[in-house]
Design a protein around this ligand. Sequence first.
Ligand SMILES: [Zn+2]
Length: 407
Amino acid sequence: MQTYSFCYSKALVLRIFWILVILFSVNTSGKAQDSARFAASIRKLSSKGMAGRGYLFRGHRKAARYIELRFRRAGLRPAGRSFLQEFQITQNLFPSRPKLRLNGRKLRPGRDFIPGPASPPVSGSFRLDSSQGILNKNVALLLKDKEAFKPNGTSNPGLILRRQSKLTHSLSENQSQIPEILVHESALQKGDSVLKVSISPSLRDLNTYNVMGMVRGTAEPDSFLVLCAHYDHLGSLGRNTYFPGANDNASGVAMLLEMARAIAKKPLRYSVLFVAFSGEEAGLLGSSFMAENPPVPLSNIRFLFNLDLLGFGEKGATVVNATVHPKEFARLQEINASCHCLPEIKARGKAANSDHYPFSEKGVPAFFMYLMGGPGFYHDIDDKPKTLSLKGFRGTFRLIMDFMRGF
Ligand SMILES: [Zn+2]
């Protein structure tokens, strides 16, 4: 009996031990799975096939289709008749590889130079000059980092070359008069005098898409919370040079996809609208379009939370509109104080720097949160998945989910 009872309790202890081991490993492997899926979504959206999620080589369309598929798999329903909200934009695009030589040296697009976003086509040979005095169409005027070009009605240069310590790309809806190129300072050499260039941008009208899906609320389905992130990025310069946009904003979209999964499994009191915007980098065009053409009345939106730049987090987060909505910000801080989700949350005022803005301007209460930390790759060809620490993933996920569940 003694022996038996000893064996019995030993067996029981062992059994409990294994149950705990299994429970613990299921729990942690669930979390590890979430992190792995988050990282995989970022890699997929930043891959070469997505062409920088721009408007060439079907990049934006592939990204939109991928997000729609993920929304469907998560169990979301379309917010309107379809998951896609179409709108039209005009963009200055670079379908063929830009070419530049300085004194015969071949410069690499993306790495050594990028064309100015509004540059018109240009090709030919130019004499390099840094004096704004004697200019004509055969001169490529070399300007310092922040030096302004002083237009002189009669004698403009044939090309403006801007020397930069960091190449930061952007987009344009039009073409300027004088062709422009940004050149990295490391690519310039003393004695450079001859510049050869061939750049052929084209101004195109095209259709792009916001991707929207929803999860119906359990208590008040006609009230909405919006979670959003822009999926578009800067696209490519020819076929081989593309802007991966891993931090900006594959990371925010990947977070949106995780939240869509979680909320579809366990809906909130209010309905939740998930939106992946296009046209953000082109000037908040997708969010402006949706704010004008909302799938649900804007007055029914209780709160909007915009996610952009979520690839780091070791230095915490910043919340735009924190000072506009102090009560909600205090609640976010309270949640963070108890969950220790992020090391710090900084408050910021109003800013027109992402997709929350067109909604804020129409009176929809909104936050935009971005994470801090990282090496500072921004709007360049180095914003790649492998550079991200993903340190803020779990904390941000929990913080925002708890905040949304509080409505
Ligand atoms: Zn951006």
